[in-house]
Design a protein around this ligand. Sequence first.
Ligand code: PLP
Length: 428
Amino acid sequence: MEGCRVDTLAIHGGRAVVDRHWPNWPQNTENTRRNIAAVLESHRWSISGPYRGQASWEERFGQAFAAYTGAAFCVPCATGTSALTMALEACEVGAYDEVIVPGVSWVASASAVLGVNAVPVLADVEADTGCLDPVALERAITPRTRAITVVHLGSAVADLHRIVAVAHARSIPLIEDCAQAHGARYAGRHVGGFGAAGTFSMQHSKLLTSGEGGAVITDDIRLMRRLAHLRADGRTLAAQPPGMDEMMLVETAEIMGSNYCLSEFHAAILTAQLDMLDEQRALRHRNAVILDSSLISLGFSPQATAIGTTARTYYSYVVRLPQSIVDAAGAERFARALAAEIRLPCKTMYSALNQNRLYKPFSRTRFALGDGFADAVDPSRYHLPAAQAFSRSCIALPHRMLLADADAMAHVAAAFEKVARLVAHLRG
Ligand SMILES: *Cc1c(COP(=O)(O)O)cnc(C)c1O
């Protein structure tokens, strides 16, 4: 009788393929605890608190992250969404402007555009990477296009070579949404440095995290000054330290801002976590390569990345299911069954933005800018066949799976094999 249980899916009461504990995410370390304690004792918990005789953690993290990415400047901020908002506003995107956004991403890539009263124009993606398709991008450009946002999605880097060429030829600022790609490199250079600005999120699930957090990188000193003012209500940090207990933020008022400041606690956590990023990246990559070859031989298609990617990152391990499985059970049922086998949450990809339940331009009255606006932002006016197919047929596994030892990858592959073999049981 026991033998039969092997052929029962775990979601139907069978024995799970995996009985191990996976590595935790985020990772609590001694350095992280020490940095947090240092903030507590410093009596400066924000850059808007009085100067206490040493550089803020916010400046320290900004410098460390600029050095890590090879950017001239880094302005830390509260979230990835505020990073996008600041980057758009720094590029002078505003009311009635159009911003091209890829058809598959986390909702913030598009909603941040609405947040600055601009119109997100959804463009289709490449079938194998799920990232912005340079041909679709070119077609989506109009005289009102004021910026292009490209997203490095899941485990992919977008085709920067062609996208940068399109943006450059039309003199349209390019913003790279790198919320899922800390550590990724293209043509030897860190992502985020190929356009006007690169934005990052340090939210809990991301590859570098302080729970919530964000940053914008740029090589352009004028943009950097705008970003700095936008994040601190029109103030920026003084070039020279002030006297003890005086304010380091100066009211230069070059531009009116908002408060998107990263707290000293978050900056201190990020400073410690950044030291582990390369090692974690290498481990995830090693395991992903092992898993790729097992899954390809089973008929699955791991997400592709642009040719020219020189360091690959895995915010999620994205796999396209064979069409027979999509037809037989659908990605959602497959993901749920797989999750039960490996004891890790496995999800379907984000719905394409024209069909995404979180993307609701009409639910916030602040975005209404007159008659044409409602039509311009209506998601149902888009037809995004590649984005929709990508969303329908791909599943995403969490990156902490890839921090396990190499043996664990064989168990994950065995779980894919089991669920695929018993896919007929998932119907109904
Ligand atoms: C997470 C994410 C964001 C938003 O970042 P938050 O820190 O959650 O505001 C934006 N774009 C992409 C692609 C993301 O994955």
